[in-house]
Design a protein around this ligand. Structure first.
Ligand SMILES: C[S@@+](CC[C@H](N)C(=O)[O-])C[C@H]1O[C@@H](n2cnc3c(N)ncnc32)[C@H](O)[C@@H]1O
Length: 297
């Protein structure tokens, strides 16, 4: 029976032991295997990649991006006034790590981190369902549970291996919309999503993500395909009309909320053969291979 994404999500969230089990396994996989294998190399470690690129933006590229936005404003005939530019943020940069699991950014001193997760794997992570948590003027945490997140407050929002957790593109879109609201103008949304295929095989998908996020007021300033990951940095423009005008110039107006798709979305689960099968030796090899592929995430 098809129950739809929202009901599927509600049912999933009710199963606390399943959520906990997942995040603890994820913590173990990331800290005991991936971190040990990738030696903090930004060309293979997602956390180092994010840290390197975010610091480069705030410490070297910030004004270059402001100049670029100003020239785009001229191109799309959007009214630009110089006091659009709010002062450049200073260290420590305020980072919201959504789906943090085990707070992997805590060791980086340039960040003041708020790590949130629907099922924290460690005690220093705050419990919060990002999809449902209300926004307000202030951060409100009660008994290690986040009650409200503050609007226009963060320099950086990180979605690392997070969006693909949701069953529908619309839920992913709502998360990006929320990230837009909690970011300061000029702030960054960093998205990391897994994919071990060649860069060209899902390039259309990534282009659609760019379109969808542009409709919210983000401008993509960096995109890199690593062996097993797509890594993207989106900047919250001072003027949301700029990315929206870009979309308008391409005649893109429809379905922008349904474009954050992942390869699993197009799988027809009704057609999958559900008759129980005996596991064979070659199934073990297949699973082992799958994980060895991910050793340098
Ligand atoms: C694959 S793990 C990624 C952990 C970490 N970000 C990393 O890169 O290693 C995804 C995490 O997202 C969390 N999560 C899923 N849905 C969430 C939601 N709605 N709000 C907050 N966290 C969520 C899960 O509990 C899980 O810990």
């Amino acid at each position: 029976m098809d129950i739809g994404a929202d009901e599927a999500w509600t049912n999933h969230c009710l199963d606390e032991s399943l959520l906990k089990n997942y995040s603890q396994s994820m913590h173990k996989l990331a800290s005991q295997f991936w971190d040990a294998n990738n030696k903090n190399d930004p060309s293979s470690c997602r956390i180092s990649w994010i840290t390197y690129n975010v610091l480069k933006y705030f410490q070297e590229d910030y004004f270059h991006e402001v100049v670029r936005e100003k020239s785009l404003a001229e191109k799309f005939i959007v009214n630009w006034v110089d006091n659009n530019v709010i002062c450049m943020p200073e260290k420590p940069f305020y980072l919201l790590d959504v789906g943090s699991c085990y707070n992997p950014f805590q060791k980086y001193l340039p960040f003041k981190v708020l790590p949130i997760d629907i099922a924290p794997a460690t005690e220093n992570v705050i419990k919060c369902d990002f999809l449902l948590v209300p926004l307000d003027t202030k951060l409100n945490i009660f008994k290690n549970v986040c009650q409200t997140l503050p609007l226009s407050s963060f320099d950086i929002v990180v979605f690392s291996l997070f969006l693909e957790y949701f069953p529908s593109p619309l839920q992913r879109y709502k998360c990006c919309e929320k990230a837009y609201k909690v970011l300061r103008p000029g702030g960054l949304l960093v998205i990391i999503t897994p994919d071990s295929n060649h860069a060209s095989s899902n390039s259309m998908l990534m282009k659609n993500w760019k379109i969808s996020l542009s409709s919210l007021g983000f401008w993509r300033i960096k995109y890199v395909k690593l062996t097993h990951l797509h890594c993207m940095v989106f900047r919250k423009c001072f003027l949301e009309q700029i990315p929206k005008s870009w979309l308008h110039s391409l005649n893109i107006t429809n379905n922008v909320k349904d474009l954050i798709t992942i390869p699993q979305d197009s799988r027809n689960y009704n057609k999958i053969d559900k008759t129980p099968k005996m596991l064979e030796k070659r199934d073990d090899y297949m699973v082992a291979n799958l994980f060895s592929e991910l050793t340098n995430i």
